[in-house]
Design a protein around this ligand. Structure first.
Ligand SMILES: Nc1ncnc2c1ncn2[C@@H]1O[C@H](COP(=O)(O)OP(=O)(O)O)[C@@H](O)[C@H]1O
Ligand SMILES: O=c1ccn([C@@H]2O[C@H](COP(=O)(O)O)[C@@H](O)[C@H]2O)c(=O)[nH]1
Length: 528
């Protein structure tokens, strides 16, 4: 088993991975949570150079009787996959329907049938699963076993490479079966299932032994015989409900092979054919003409030149650097506001004159900074656009392949819900666009959520003309890119032995492909 400890990301800042293998944690005791995106070393690109998605998430359906061991099998698969980037165990239990007060009275008397296929909201389950499979976000319902009720809240999920959907009826409907790449049925003796269910429901679901037995005889066993067991004929693999380590290893070998076939050396494609004119590697490709790039470059006023001169000066103090970065980000965000829609608006002035003007016509505006250096633009953003929610994306290069890896997605509410994302304007903030790999991934994440391409305004201090910008422009021509300057001169190459707390705490052998325009490592200069 891999030594990678899976981490729960997306449920709060405290769960950011701090190290792939924290000391003192017993991996055997580690229980992968259901309905949570589990991240090991990050998610590699799931799209090609054209910005279009390559394939879908790999979806496994796991059915079987109640307490047959479906959750156990799903968790063991996650554990055995170990370093697979991002996994969700999606539980069918979340999709039990909302119950009326009359139904709740029956439920608490063990008289409500939870084992009939009609008890589960199959269309909703299929639609959430289909969204996740297509790399879109989903806000799934939350169900309380203790209350026998669907709760008000929903759970936001996004970004899994592998999805394991488990439930007694997971193979029942064709609409679900058509979404699976692999169908599993967990086969278990009825007496073992009953014994496990009594133990589990008393301990974890607040039930009495008598109640569990009543419900079992009235609903659970007949339903197993009539609806659940027959679905085993749809399964690709029948896994025993106990002693199933060999079956699980076989499944994992299959999944690993499938994922390998889908991998795609993205960083190389972004960087290699577009070497800069001052490349250290000696290869020369003419950079694109500025007009071709369709950038919104801030007018090169003397004041702008002055700020850029200060920021390019490697001998400037950190205090100066921070002060002028904040000024520059304020100016750039002001400049970027020209891309938002405005409506005519007439006001009456204090001297009683009607004055025709404009007012902003955007429903939701939010900012998303690409960590860490995108955070340098946050202060400017907040100064100009008051009260706009901010989110962040953590994207880092893989230590071995150099691929951009998505480690954390913390998006504002307006983007988490698709209907709101479709009406949102998003300012994506990063200090510079070099290889363009992080910008590419961030734009793709927003598009996956339903943000319109022409509603994305990317704001960066500098763009490297010979970097990935032309590929980025070709892939996402509608995105507005606003910058202070476009640099021909930049440093380019592999940075070796970089130490960073998240992915490579010891700094050994880590190589990062860098293309840095004239301000160098802006995040380091601002924060360190
Ligand atoms: N292969 C197994 N070996 C030992 N105990 C198991 C195994 N599979 C499941 N169990 C135990 O049985 C109980 C029910 O399993 P669970 O996976 O929750 O069932 P399901 O999801 O099918 O309802 C749990 O307490 C679990 O620890
Ligand atoms: O409110 C509820 C909802 C469901 N159940 C029982 O749960 C099992 C399915 O869950 P497993 O994790 O697959 O065992 C099903 O047999 C229902 O009877 C419940 O008791 N109360």
């Amino acid at each position: 088993m891999s030594a990678q400890l899976l981490k729960h990301v997306l449920s709060g800042p405290s769960v950011m991975p701090t190290s792939p293998n924290p000391p003192g944690k017993d991996l055997k005791l580690f229980q992968p949570k259901k309905n949570t995106v589990l991240v090991s070393h990050g998610r590699p690109p799931w799209y090609g150079e054209d910005g279009k998605k390559i394939g879908n998430a790999f979806v496994i359906g796991v059915a079987g009787g109640s307490a047959s061991g479906k959750t156990h099998v799903a968790r063991e698969i996650v554990r055995a996959l170990g370093s697979i980037p991002t996994v969700i165990i999606l539980s069918q239990d979340s999709f039990y329907k909302h119950h009326s007060s009359e139904e709740l009275v029956l439920a608490h008397a063990n008289m409500l049938d939870f084992d009939h296929p009609s008890a589960i909201d199959m269309p909703m389950f299929a639609s959430c699963l289909a969204d996740l499979k297509q790399c879109k976000q989903s806000n799934i319902p939350v169900y309380s076993f203790a209350e026998h009720q669907r709760l008000q809240e929903t759970k936001y999920l996004y970004g899994a490479t592998v999805i394991i959907a488990e439930g007694i009826m997971a193979l029942h409907d064709q609409s679900l079966r058509s979404l699976y790449d692999l169908k599993i049925f967990v086969q278990c003796d009825s007496d073992l299932m009953l014994a496990r269910r009594i133990k589990r429901d008393v301990k974890e679901r607040g039930r009495s032994v008598e109640g569990v037995l009543d419900q079992y005889l009235r609903f659970v066993k007949p339903s197993y015989d009539n609806f659940v067991r027959p679905t085993s004929s749809y399964a690709d693999i029948i896994v025993p409900g106990s002693n199933n380590a060999v079956a699980i290893e076989l499944i994992c070998t299959h999944v690993r092979r499938q994922l390998r076939e889908r991998s795609n050396q993205f960083r190389e494609k972004m960087a290699i054919p577009h070497l800069s004119i001052k490349s250290k590697s000696g290869s020369h490709t003419p950079p694109p003409e500025l007009e071709e790039l369709n950038l919104t470059v801030h007018p090169n006023t003397p004041q702008m030149k002055g700020i850029l001169t200060i920021l390019r000066d490697k001998n400037r103090s950190r205090q100066d650097f921070i002060f002028f970065v904040d000024r520059l980000s304020t100016l750039l965000i002001e400049h970027a506001l020209q891309h938002l829609p405005y409506l005519p608006s007439t006001v009456v002035t204090p001297i009683g004159v009607e004055s025709p003007g404009k007012k902003l016509d955007a429903m939701h505006i939010c900012g998303v900074c690409i960590q860490r250096s995108g955070g340098c633009l946050e202060r400017g953003f907040r100064r100009v656009i008051r009260d706009a929610p901010m989110g962040s994306l953590l994207i880092q290069s893989d230590a071995v392949t150099g691929e951009p890896m998505c480690l954390q997605v913390m998006l504002p509410m307006a983007i988490r819900f698709r209907h709101m994302a479709e009406n949102s304007w998003v300012f994506l903030l990063d200090a510079q666009i070099g290889t363009g790999a992080a910008a590419f991934m961030s734009i793709r994440i927003l598009l996956d959520h339903g943000v319109r391409e022409d509603h994305i305004v990317f704001v960066a201090f500098l763009v490297a003309r010979g970097g990935g910008i032309s590929i980025l422009r070709r892939a996402f021509p509608e995105v507005k890119i606003v910058c202070a300057a476009v640099d021909d001169e930049m440093e380019e190459g592999w940075l070796e032995g970089v130490q960073d707390e998240l992915t490579n705490p010891h700094g050994v052998g880590r190589k990062v492909w860098v293309m840095q325009p004239g301000m160098g490592q802006i995040g380091d200069r601002y924060y360190l």
